[in-house]
Design a protein around this ligand. Structure first.
Ligand SMILES: Cc1ncc(C[n+]2csc(CCOP(=O)(O)OP(=O)(O)O)c2C)c(N)n1
Length: 283
């Protein structure tokens, strides 16, 4: 077996270490936002726990061999959450941390919305509502090729407004893709403010579409590891984890911002946000 970072079949979750990783990812994201002066930092802070658990516990992957055919795939459907991906990819060894401050700058390999120029990025992002359909196709492809790989797809509550997401949900269930895990980031916001489309009850809807569904506090590392462990069962049903996350998690001033979709950060704010992050770190 190649040198994977983790092998969930053998490694029990080290929750304290994973919380430290999530904190590391949040620090890296803050550094990136400082370099650019702006970014989708609130969503990134919200999803840091999920990415820490995936890249340092659940996914079978090998940064020394990013194209390893039997790797698990992680698809980030919300391309604008790229800041969180770059932090995770740097922490995992796909990127050099020194490259992170180029986030969003002209000529950078780390564009504000994911593109195929970045090592470790599986799909191009930007146009929302397409990740789950690609994930279903990849999951089918892995199965047809007889590979053990699973496919994990993050998507947002905003993408639940898209018909293509629900077509994909039907497809995943119809084809019995039990090698597919959808991670739905329900952070309660969309571009202009709170989610207003009647997407709830999200978990009941996925269950009704034939998915094995779990619902967790997406900022609770222990709960995420438990839900992901349950999703390893191969019972013919695709898996969905509805994650209730808080945009800006760890930085109360950001959590309290009424419009946190896209945040501009001055140098002074950056300093105080970093202090808040240290003071509110999960242990
Ligand atoms: C198909 C499509 N429509 C609109 C947009 C513009 N857009 C970019 S981010 C965003 C917000 C979507 O909300 P959500 O996906 O829940 O993300 P979050 O609020 O957590 O950033 C929108 C509408 C887009 N990128 N793609």
């Amino acid at each position: 077996m190649p040198a994977t970072l983790t092998d969930p079949a053998h490694a029990p979750a080290d929750v304290a270490a994973l919380r430290d990783r999530a904190h590391q990812l949040r620090r890296l994201m803050m550094t990136m936002t400082r370099g650019k002066g702006e970014g989708y930092i609130a969503q990134g802070l919200g999803i840091a726990d999920c990415l820490a658990v995936l890249y340092f516990h659940e996914l079978r992957h090998d940064p020394a061999d990013p194209e390893w055919a039997d790797r698990d795939r992680f698809l980030l459907s919300t391309g604008h959450y790229s800041i969180a991906m770059y932090a995770a990819l740097a922490a995992a060894g796909y990127l050099d941390e020194a490259e992170l401050p180029t986030y969003g700058l002209n000529g950078s390999r780390l564009p504000m919305s994911t593109f195929d120029v970045t090592p470790g990025i599986e799909i191009v992002g930007g146009s929302l509502g397409h990740g789950l359909g690609q994930a279903v196709g990849m999951a089918l492809g892995q199965r047809l090729d007889g590979r053990p790989s699973r496919v994990f797809c993050e998507l947002s509550d905003g993408e639940l407004d898209e018909g293509s997401t629900w077509e994909s949900a039907m497809g995943g269930a119809t084809f019995g893709c039990d090698n597919l895990v959808a991670l739905i980031d329900c952070n309660g916001i969309q571009a202009d403010g709170p989610v207003t489309v009647a997407i709830e009850p999200v978990a009941d809807k996925f269950t009704a579409f034939g998915w094995d569904t779990h619902e967790v506090d997406g900022n609770d590392v222990a709960a995420l590891t438990t839900a992901l462990a349950a999703c390893r069962e191969r019972d013919g049903r695709p898996k969905a984890i509805v994650m209730r996350t808080t945009p800006g998690h760890g930085v109360p001033t950001l959590v309290a911002r009424p419009r946190a979709h896209f945040v501009r950060v001055t140098d002074e704010e950056w300093e105080s946000f970093m202090d808040e992050l240290e003071a509110n770190r999960d242990h």
